[in-house]
Design a protein around this ligand. Structure first.
Ligand code: 13P
Length: 235
């Protein structure tokens, strides 16, 4: 079973989110997950639950409740009957200064509340250029999972920062090599993210160690997202 996940990031009006949710097709064999802005998550869940599509949020705070204006907790996500949380996306690391210590706390909170997690890791262009990408990703993975011994509810998304939103996806064989490297550290499903579209999805999904896709831009359009779901059905 492959995982096809759409990260809508901070996009779409409520009307557009409803329209998109209504038009996404279900999969007979793969797991489809949507990560809308959290404000829309319950509405999206209501629309897609009949289609066996899972819904998650793009971020959480690690405390359960309290004076943390603007944040939402895993307790809230769980009590809203949502399924997934994305943790450690590079945009959270870059714009909101999340480091591996914070990410580790978030991961532990999600596991405590029984949420499924997609943990994001990936190197920057500078790190790849100097050949440091394996070391960087290894450190991100190891620090994020420190103190955790049950990986049943965790998947990892390898998202090279230089491939996100740039139209330049990692070469499938390079992504595959990194996925194998990560799987040797922790044996969980590894998704690829970074400029995935309906043209490159087949080749990426055909790689031995690519267990799914985390899609940004192409998940905002139901025609391209459905096409990728259809491609995943035939792998
Ligand atoms: P793009 O597919 O727009 O490159 O975004 C990837 C991503 O960041 C998914 O989390």
């Amino acid at each position: 079973m492959k995982i096809i996940a759409g990260n809508w990031k901070m996009n779409l009006s409520l009307e557009e989110a409803i329209f998109l949710s209504e038009n996404i097709t279900s999969s007979k064999k793969n797991e489809i997950i949507l990560f809308p802005p959290s404000l829309y998550a319950l509405k999206v869940k209501e629309i897609v639950s009949e289609k066996n599509i899972k819904v998650g949020v793009q971020n959480i705070f690690y405390e359960d409740f309290g004076a943390y204006t603007g944040e939402i907790s895993c307790m809230m996500v769980k009590s809203s009957k949502l399924d997934y949380v994305l943790i450690g996306h590079s945009e959270r690391r870059k714009y909101f200064f999340e480091d591996d210590i914070i990410i580790n706390k978030k991961l532990k909170s999600a596991i405590k509340h029984g949420l499924k997690v997609i943990l994001c890791v990936g190197e920057t262009l500078e790190e790849r250029k100097i050949g440091n990408h394996f070391e960087v990703v290894k450190n991100q993975v190891l620090s994020s999972i420190e103190g955790i011994d049950n990986f049943n509810s965790i998947a990892i998304a390898y998202e090279p920062v230089w491939a996100i939103g740039t139209g330049i996806n990692a070469k499938p064989e390079d992504a595959n090599e990194m996925h194998k490297f990560i799987k040797d550290i922790v044996n969980v499903k590894i998704l690829y993210g970074g400029s995935v579209n309906e043209k490159n999805a087949y080749e990426l999904l055909s790689q031995e160690y690519i267990d799914g896709l985390l899609i940004g831009g192409a998940s905002l359009n139901y025609i391209s997202f459905n096409k990728i779901i259809e491609i995943s059905e035939n792998i």
